[in-house]
Design a protein around this ligand. Structure first.
Ligand SMILES: C[S@@+](CC[C@H](N)C(=O)[O-])C[C@H]1O[C@@H](n2cnc3c(N)ncnc32)[C@H](O)[C@@H]1O
Length: 776
């Protein structure tokens, strides 16, 4: 069959499906299946999936070539491992990278894979990543191809790792195993050493350090759910008592999430800072941070692995989250449905608020099933479009996964099961459109977490670390960027209605979500989330259109009720007219067609048809403003190694300072560019005078103030830029008061656990002592 794109398949199927406009997902699916052309369309879906599968098989590397590549990468790693220059530790990191790439390159169940894991374990142990090294030993052994003649080596490595992890129980086990291996004298000595170590370790089971499974906390302790009885406004959340600014309002475990396409995060816990263990069955498209996470995700991944191989999920957008919700949570209730034979009754049980199942609020899936959906408001063609995707996913589950294997035991007919599952996916698609949350994280600037080829992770970058999770002095600025990493289903958070000035500050940490109070909240106050950019970062009309289109309501929040809801945003776009006869403050009149582009003209691409140099017009005297200085600034940034150019850059920044008033967005952008130059200065790649350096530091402080104003001092954006100031403090190039420092440490309340650990280690290693000394 001719190869065609998913969008073509969907367009065709949508155009040729004629059904009535139903409000219910199950009825929609059943109606589609009654259509006389349905068998043909089903065949098309199956053929499309088969096309993906055939293409995948053709492109699959042979085992031989995979082995060859992996062996080559491992040998490159060995060269680094054995070399002592420039430094043993740095070579260890480089070896670790090559071994990781060798792991990704190898075919499953091969000696090449076993050796790549074993070698990485050796490096990780030397670098102090004992938990990860221990997992790698297990990965090497589970290939069943690890050479028997070397087995004692890996066993002793495991024993050392658990010794360093102070896990007496496991150490005892490994020592018993080692006693059975015929060891030579030198190995026997090492076992004796470990035997002595064993007696010194308290015999207690090590607590897992990951915080994957924190219970949902205080969901109902501080807040309560209220039903407005208004069809649009629906349910909302209010404070049950006074809550102080910065206090955690509630914690919630993220029930399901999918990484933003191609992002290298652990599929189970969502961690960014990891040493990856890939799933070899799907060519490393899915990675984990530990074997525990791999095991915890196994039941879900067995139904997704082939989909990842085929590249299916890259093509279905938000529907992947819908599928994930089903895979994560549906198994919780399938036994409850075993006695039913009629799917209409099952559907009623699942979706009626007063049903027996719906009262079981301890069942997590019930919380997801209760989420609002605006399916009934979708156009018929959109309903069919998504229904076809839902049906395609049911075909995928049936043909390529074990998902339906257990259902044969129930009273429901197989074809009805498929309809039910399609209908549930369709329901979750509608719910995800109105409820899905985007999770952001601080992402390292020096490592592309979206790279499809470079997959060794940030933790194995050389010249970066002194020991695990301890960055070198002057290196914290690598945590200077914020990125969206996943889309998530967080049911209680989804109960919060929208306001353009939200009451919560979100904190995503792995699989845990926390809502922090953005300000003091009084008992009885409604607690709001913000579904769009806040009023400080967007125009009200842009928010209004989006809220209407995606969430089907008109925003009447306190902020939007103000006479000039855009005043705060426009403050970031205030110019002083360059016409000496005018000299007034003005905001350019935004182009109705594209508000953002008019106000952010500097972000237009060079080849933008409308012309980058259209410029801006004073809204008072109509004089076209000169913006050449900005283009000069941009071009000089490319050549900032020269002292003259740097001085000119600072002069141009001063010029901008006279034209761009207050916390102007462009001034923040220019300041951020100059902050990158400041980083080059303190890293030593650019030499500067003290005076010049001082100027750059002031510009950094300005950028921090604007960022705090726009996003809040407790925001990922603020933490990202704050990392540069912490480098300066650590390097004795800037002094700040303990009060300032305390405020900055407080800002870390919004970052994830691992990122916080990196910052706090840095603080203890290079900043804390300095402050104490300064104050003495
Ligand atoms: C994420 S849900 C919030 C919880 C929802 N009220 C419920 O009962 O499930 C989003 C939906 O809530 C309603 N909503 C949220 N904020 C609103 C607001 N400020 N005014 C009116 N309706 C709102 C809209 O129907 C929107 O699509």
């Amino acid at each position: 069959m001719e190869k065609f794109k998913l969008s073509e398949l969907l367009e065709y199927q949508t155009a040729y499906t004629q059904i009535l406009d139903y409000e219910c997902e199950l009825e929609t699916i059943l109606a589609i299946k009654k259509d006389e052309n349905w068998p043909l369309r089903r065949q098309m879906s199956a053929a499309w999936l088969k096309g993906l599968s055939d293409e995948y098989k053709i492109n699959l590397n042979s085992k031989e070539s995979a082995t060859k590549k992996s062996n080559r990468l491992r040998e490159e790693g060995n060269v680094f491992y054995c070399s002592k220059s420039p430094s043993k530790t740095e070579n260890m990191f480089k070896a670790g990278q090559q071994y990781t790439l060798a792991i990704f390159a190898a075919a499953p169940y091969t000696e090449a894979l076993a050796l790549a894991f074993a070698n990485r374990a050796m490096v990780l142990q030397e670098l102090g990543y004992y938990r990860q090294a221990y997992d790698d030993c297990i990965c090497a052994l589970e290939t069943n191809q690890y050479p028997m003649r070397l087995i004692h080596k890996i066993k002793i490595r495991q024993a050392f790792c658990v010794y360093y992890l102070q896990d007496a129980k496991k150490l005892e086990l490994h020592l018993t195993e080692l006693e059975k291996c015929g060891l030579n004298e030198s190995y026997k000595q090492r076992v004796d050493e470990l035997q002595k170590g064993l007696s010194s370790i308290a015999n207690e089971i090590i607590k897992e350090t990951q915080d994957n499974d924190k219970e949902d906390m205080s969901l109902t302790e501080t807040t309560e759910l209220v039903d407005s009885k208004d069809a649009t406004r629906g349910r909302y959340v209010v404070a049950k008592r006074d809550i102080k600014s910065g206090e955690i309002i509630f914690h919630e475990r993220i029930s399901a999430f999918v990484p933003v396409e191609g992002t290298q995060i652990c599929q189970q816990c969502g961690s960014v800072f990891i040493i990856p263990i890939p799933c070899h069955a799907c060519n490393g498209k899915v990675i984990y941070c530990s074997l525990k996470c791999r095991e915890d995700q196994a039941k879900v991944h067995q139904n997704e692995c082939v989909g990842y191989c085929l590249g299916l999920f890259e093509q279905i957008g938000i529907s992947h989250l819908a599928l994930r919700i089903l895979l994560e949570e549906f198994p919780q209730i399938s036994p409850i449905l075993a006695h039913e034979s009629d799917i209409k009754n099952v559907w009623k049980e699942l979706t009626t608020e007063t049903s027996h199942l719906n009262t079981k609020t301890e069942v997590n899936y019930v919380k997801s099933l209760r989420l609002v959906s605006h399916f009934q408001k979708m156009s018929l063609s959109n309903k069919i479009w998504f229904a076809v995707i839902a049906d395609l996913l049911a075909v995928y589950l049936k043909e390529y996964t074990p998902f339906f294997h257990n259902t044969s035991k129930s009273k429901i007919k197989q074809s009805d099961w498929e309809s039910l599952i399609s209908a549930l996916i369709l329901r979750h698609i509608g719910q995800s459109i109105s409820n899905a949350h985007t999770c952001s994280s601080i992402a390292p600037t020096c490592y592309d977490i979206r790279s499809s080829t470079v997959k060794y992770g940030f933790l194995l970058l050389p010249n970066m670390w002194t020991k695990p999770f301890h960055l070198r002095q002057g290196m914290l600025h690598v945590l200077g960027e914020v990125g969206e990493v996943s889309a998530a289903n967080i049911p209680y958070l989804s109960m919060l209605n929208h306001a353009c000035n939200p009451t919560i500050r979100p904190r995503f940490s792995g699989r845990n979500f926390s809502a922090l109070a953005d300000r003091d909240i009084e008992e009885g106050d409604e607690i709001y989330n913000c579904y769009t950019l806040t009023y400080r970062n967007s125009m009200s009309v842009v928010r209004r259109d989006l809220l209407k289109e995606m969430y089907h309501f008109n925003c009447e929040c306190v902020h939007c009720q103000q006479s000039d809801p855009d005043a705060a945003y426009l403050e970031y776009h205030l110019y002083k007219c360059q016409n000496p006869k005018c000299g007034e403050k003005f905001v350019p009149t935004p182009d109705k067609e594209d508000l953002h582009i008019t106000l952010h003209w500097w972000n237009r691409s060079e080849d933008d048809e409308t012309g980058l140099r259209d410029g801006i017009i004073c809204s008072i005297c109509s004089t076209k403003q000169n913006i050449e200085w900005y283009f000069r600034f941009k071009s000089l940034l490319q050549h900032s190694n020269s002292k003259e150019n740097r001085l000119e850059l600072l002069k141009l920044y001063d010029k901008a300072d006279g034209i761009l008033l207050g916390f102007h967005s462009l001034k923040l952008q220019m300041a951020s560019d100059l902050v990158n130059l400041l980083i080059e200065c303190y890293k030593g790649s650019v030499e500067t005078t003290d005076l010049e350096f001082c100027r750059f530091v002031n510009i950094l402080k300005f950028a921090m103030s604007v960022t705090a104003d726009k996003w809040g001092q407790q925001s990922l954006e603020y933490v990202a830029i704050m990392s540069v100031l912490w480098d300066l403090i650590a390097m004795n190039k800037y002094q700040c008061t303990q009060l300032e420092l305390n405020d900055m440490v407080k800002a870390l309340d919004v970052v994830d656990e691992e990122c916080r650990l990196l910052f706090m280690n840095y603080y203890k290693d290079y900043i804390y002592n300095k402050q104490i000394n300064m104050e003495k």
